[in-house]
Design a protein around this ligand. Structure first.
Ligand code: HEM
Length: 183
């Protein structure tokens, strides 16, 4: 990958990881439980996108996660990763089809092999949007993801803080996985 994608260059490609682990409150069993998952993810380079004097390079991404041998994924995301080489700003804008949009952001050096992106519901630049039902019953207060890249694999560790009507305090909904290059 050319330097124009900065630290995002290491994420371009097709990836799979079978060691995912999700922690969430399960309505079916009324408990917080860990769910192992298989993930398949494609990140395709594009750019530049010009906003006046700003020139962004990005990755168009789509990921899906399955538990056990179920036919349909239990979680999917579509979105864009973006890099502004002039300022070192990295963003990940994506949609979770529960009716949630996230624009998470942070900064990194061009050659960084690790970086952190954050968003918060009422948090200035990088925010979370959600539907009315979720705002009342299971609101996403904040989102943070730590990315680590290393050649033919990369990892993420993310925490979404949820204010759920079942709990008096916000609870951590977490996901992590290591993805290996398959194309
Ligand atoms: C790898 C990523 C993720 C996976 C595998 C995942 C999976 C899950 C699972 C299994 C549940 C529990 C559903 C149930 O049994 O009731 C859940 C709930 C939820 N997730 Fe995620 N999730 C991921 C990322 C996210 C992100 C990034 C957000 C928001 C920024 C999010 C927001 C929510 C919300 C709001 C709920 C509660 C829904 C409800 O209780 O009605 N999730 N997720």
């Amino acid at each position: 990958m050319s330097d124009e994608w900065g630290p995002l260059g290491a994420l371009a490609g097709e990836w799979e990881g079978s060691g995912g682990l999700d922690t969430a409150y399960a309505h079916a069993t009324h408990e917080v439980r860990g769910t192992p998952y298989l993930e398949k993810c494609t990140l395709k380079p594009f750019g530049p996108v010009d906003n006046g004097n700003q020139h962004l390079y990005g990755l168009d991404y789509r990921s899906a996660m399955w538990r056990n041998d179920e036919e349909n994924p239990f979680h999917t995301e579509v979105g864009y990763w973006l890099w502004d080489g002039a300022t070192g700003e990295i963003m990940r804008g994506f949609v979770v089809p529960r009716g949630i949009t996230v624009l998470a952001g942070g900064t990194a050096e061009a050659g960084a092999t690790g970086f952190t992106l954050k968003a918060a519901k009422d948090g200035g630049l990088y925010t979370i949007g959600e539907n009315k039902y979720l705002a009342e019953n299971a609101s996403s207060l904040s989102y943070e993801v730590v990315i680590t890249t290393s050649g033919d694999s990369w990892s993420y560790d993310e925490t979404t803080m949820l204010r759920m009507k079942e709990f008096p305090e916000p609870m951590a909904h977490t996901d992590h996985n290591t993805l290996h290059r398959v194309g």
